[in-house]
Design a protein around this ligand. Structure first.
Ligand SMILES: [Zn+2]
Length: 507
């Protein structure tokens, strides 16, 4: 019988490479080193073979998954988006897998021994084990002293701290978010409930850390832990919340990062359920438990949450925030995100566009690949105009950072989704074809949009990193960020002329 043992090469490391203090916060660039789980055969001394750790430049995003798969696309299709690690876009993202839909894997995975990455066919990506799917709403009233409730389309499932630790041991992720009693809602919870939630956060965290210390003595350390900080704690009582966070951080030598949870409103509400049922566009219809794209971000609340956190810990904010909101988060020192925005937009037939930014990329970044000037000149002029003007409402020619391919106006639009994007979808297919796919409910529609959206999100993060890297004064960083943010937020006046279009209908 061949013996095998589990090896994690090193602990994860986060280092801040550059910090720029501006009037809004500390914006930073960093590196997060994530180990890939490998199961070494007998005789392997566990030395690094060059593939066991991946170094990621931050700010960055994790690929959002549901039940261990990236919505709409397979691992094979994923290779069309991230062909090689040395691709100009930079890096093949690590993957976020949430326990709510995968807790049922705990038992088979403890027998499988090769970790969740291999189990779901994503073994080339480091795994971040989180608790909740950022696109799934939570229900109130089911957390108790034994643990918390996980929610998925299969219903509710309890999770105790012990089960959580068993999951970590079986899944073998690179990092894990420690569970937290999320069920505090300022509208209905009293102070007693808040105190209970804070106590449980400490109990859960110390239980998990203690278990891990015991495990560590037997085996090599296998995961890095992120503590969870709930936004609702700060909404209810900033003083109590701050004290609790400081206590959670006392075991800092074991903590490798922070999850800032609940910045999106994540509870199922009666009113919302009714609205969703009435929706005749099919947008989210019949699926009242799915999270919508987050339109707003409570900056004041975010600042309170960030206040006492040490600079050397990476911070992750889960959820489908729009690009301008992600920029606000980056500006305040948030390092880690997920691609749930891309997934949700693909569900809605919405394509993410950076055209307004990419048209004037040279004036934002000196190192990013600039578009051919023939393409960008006229666009830059219009984008500049748009920046100074109030965005027109429902402008006929306006195209902001999002277009909906369900819109009938794309019926005979033979251009690509974005003329600045070189993704598979934009190279091979037209807006007209994708509109047709959605109109006839073909599964290929969301596949093509997801390919494009992930490629676009990837470029967005590359641009964000370039922005921080190239600007050494807070003023220039703020000025360029404001320009980019306005372009993404406004309904930009970019009219794509008929003759500019690539007239290659693919049907
Ligand atoms: Zn594209």
């Amino acid at each position: 019988m061949q013996l095998s043992f589990v090896v994690f090469k090193t602990m994860k490391k986060f280092c801040v490479e550059k910090t720029l203090k501006t009037s809004v916060g500390s914006t930073r660039l960093g590196h997060l080193e994530l180990p890939l789980f490998t199961k070494a055969e007998e005789g392997n001394d566990g030395s690094s073979n060059g593939r066991s750790k991946i170094d990621y430049a931050t700010p960055m995003y994790f690929l959002h998954t549901q039940t261990g798969s990236i919505p709409h696309i397979t691992a094979e299709v994923l290779k069309l988006i991230y062909p090689t690690a040395s691709d100009t876009s930079g890096q093949i993202p690590p993957v976020q897998i949430s326990l709510d839909a995968t807790a049922k894997f705990i038992e088979p995975l403890s027998k499988f021994e090769n970790g969740v990455g291999k189990f779901v066919g994503l073994s080339e990506h480091p795994i971040f084990l989180t608790i909740h799917d950022p696109l799934y709403l939570l229900r109130s009233g089911h957390n108790d002293k034994f643990g918390i409730a996980l929610w998925s389309r299969h219903g509710r499932r309890p999770l105790s701290p012990k089960q959580f630790h068993e999951a970590v041991t079986a899944f073998k992720p690179s990092i894990s978010q420690i569970l937290s009693d999320y069920d505090v809602n300022p509208e209905i919870s009293g102070m007693k409930r808040l105190k209970k939630s804070l106590e449980r956060a400490e109990e859960y965290t110390s239980y998990v850390i203690k278990q891990e210390e015991t495990t560590e003595r037997e085996k090599k350390k296998n995961t890095g832990f992120f503590i969870t900080i709930e936004a609702s704690w700060f909404l209810m009582d900033e003083g109590l919340a701050t004290k609790a966070v400081l206590r959670l951080l006392e075991s800092q030598h074991q903590i490798e990062g922070v999850v800032l949870a609940g910045l999106s409103d994540r509870f199922v509400k009666k009113k919302q359920e009714d609205e969703v049922k009435k929706d005749s566009n099919g947008k989210g219809s019949g699926d009242s438990e799915r999270m919508d794209i987050c339109e707003t971000l409570d900056i004041e609340l975010l600042d309170k949450m960030l206040q006492n956190l040490p600079a050397n810990l990476p911070k992750y904010v889960p959820g489908p925030f729009k690009l301008p909101e992600m920029m606000d988060l980056v500006a305040r020192g948030v390092d880690l995100f997920d691609s749930s925005l891309a997934s949700r937009m693909a569900d809605y037939a919405e394509a993410l566009l950076l055209d307004s930014v990419e048209a004037i990329l040279p004036s934002i970044s000196t190192t990013m690949v600039a578009m051919p000037s023939s393409l960008s000149e006229g666009l830059a002029e219009r984008a500049d105009k748009a920046e100074r003007q109030e965005p027109p409402s429902n402008s006929e020619e306006g195209e902001g950072a999002v277009i909906s391919l369900k819109d009938k106006k794309y019926f005979d639009d033979f251009g690509p989704l974005s003329r600045f994007c070189t993704c598979y979808t934009c190279r091979k297919h037209t807006r007209s074809y994708i509109h047709h796919l959605y109109a006839t409910d073909e599964l290929l529609g969301p596949v093509l949009i997801q390919i494009h959206n992930l490629s676009t999100l990837d470029r967005f993060f590359s641009i964000m990193r370039a922005l921080v890297k190239e600007n050494d004064s807070p003023e220039s960083l703020l000025e360029k960020s404001a320009l980019m943010r306005n372009l993404l937020k406004a309904r930009i006046l970019i009219k794509i002329e008929k003759e500019d279009k690539v007239a290659v209908p693919s049907v």
